[in-house]
Design a protein around this ligand. Structure first.
Ligand SMILES: Cc1ncc(COP(=O)(O)O)c(C=O)c1O
Length: 359
């Protein structure tokens, strides 16, 4: 690639062309602690108390001194996810899953197919790799998954297709049958189905693993499990692919504390189920509240909802922030839209009260 002449400040070393060209991604990462955090689709009440208890019991000085080992947790996680122990790799959050997948399959100049709008890190890692990114827009009508349009865009030189199901920020998803159509068409591509919000939608492609050698599924402990700070995820595929993923992955990218926490987290499914039920009830409450206020919204299969604030999107976000409630402006990608994370019913009542006051 010919190097582009850009005037850098004195003393700054010229970075790679791909890094120069990429758009910066700067999510708000500070000043959130004392607010009601309905902005990152996290678990709004925290991890299971069993996780902290387990860490207190099992975290030792000598344990912290050694590099992480994954052999013990692997069979337990495999069992939990219903796969073989060699059909996944642990990752430092979904973000590393995306990075490892791109590093394993995508060369500079290769084509990556994304949907728009979607999770920003798909574009981020594709651009770092120097890939050519093509995007298929979600349908204007209800922000529905554009299955036919996506199928039409798949070409022999498409090397990766990165999909969130359900999608962030639209909240909409596609069926397993839809995923199968993509897998059957995109035989030259690594197809990632990012299931960060699976627990809220109940739709998974994990059971298709044996049938499609081009399928990759990711799961995370950052959302319903309330462990975003731990940075833990799993990337699943057939064992032959997983060998190459691991080859392209740093050997110790997942830390021992996260591994310990995962064990306690998957054992407390009652906690997860209770939280999911609470969120689903709160989502209904949110719909009713938005309807009462006459605020249009997009029904969601996840723990967040996009609503229409028209030209006031940024103003509404800022006014809510001043009242101690954080939401995300998405108007830069879907005109007029603001995204609110669904937490508990009490939290949604508070959100609705604050929204009503400024609407
Ligand atoms: C679709 C999607 N995938 C992945 C992530 C991030 O997951 P992790 O914390 O596991 O990197 C997010 C977070 O917002 C997301 O919306």
């Amino acid at each position: 690639m010919a190097s582009k002449k850009i005037d850098l400040p004195p003393g700054v070393l010229q970075p790679r062309e791909a890094v120069l060209a990429m758009a910066p991604y700067n999510p708000p990462t500070s000043g959130r602690n004392d607010k009601l955090r309905l902005d990152f689709n996290e678990n709004t009440v925290g991890a299971s108390p069993n996780v902290i208890e387990y860490l207190r019991e099992h975290l030792t000085e000598s344990g912290l001194a050694v590099y992480p080992e994954y052999d013990e947790i692997r069979p337990e996680l495999a069992d939990f996810f219903g796969v073989q122990a060699d059909e996944f790799t642990l990752t430092n959050g979904t973000d590393e899953a995306i990075q490892v997948l791109v590093n394993t399959y995508v060369d500079a100049g290769d084509e990556v197919l994304l949907l728009a709008p979607s999770y920003a890190m798909y574009r981020f890692y594709s651009e770092v790799a120097g890939a050519i990114v093509r995007e298929v827009p979600y349908r204007a009508e209800k922000l529905a998954f554009p299955l036919e349009e996506l199928l039409d865009e798949i070409r022999p030189r498409t090397r990766a297709i990165l999909i969130a199901n359900p999608n962030n920020p639209t909240g909409t998803g596609t069926s397993r049958a839809g995923i199968e159509k993509i897998l059957a068409r995109a035989t030259n591509a690594a197809v990632l189905v990012d299931e960060a919000y699976y627990e809220f939608s109940g739709v998974t492609a994990l059971s298709l693993l044996d049938d499609y050698p081009n399928l990759f599924v990711s799961r995370t402990f950052s959302k319903v499990y309330g462990m975003a700070a731990m940075r833990l995820g799993c990337l699943f595929s057939q064992s032959g692919n997983v060998e190459f993923l691991r080859k392209a992955q740093s050997p110790y990218s997942v830390n021992s504390v996260a591994v310990l926490a995962a064990r306690a987290a998957i054992r407390d499914q009652a906690y997860i189920q209770k939280y999911v039920m609470e969120v689903l009830a709160a989502r209904e409450l949110l719909y009713v509240g938005l309807e009462k206020l006459g605020v249009p919204y997009y029904p969601s299969q996840a723990n967040f909802v996009l609503f229409q604030a028209g030209r006031r999107a940024i103003e509404i976000r800022d006014a809510l922030r001043r009242r101690g409630v954080l939401v995300r402006d998405r108007s830069y990608e879907i005109a007029g839209c603001v995204r609110v994370t669904v937490g508990t019913r009490d939290q949604i009542r508070r959100f609705l009260t604050e929204l009503e006051a400024i609407w």
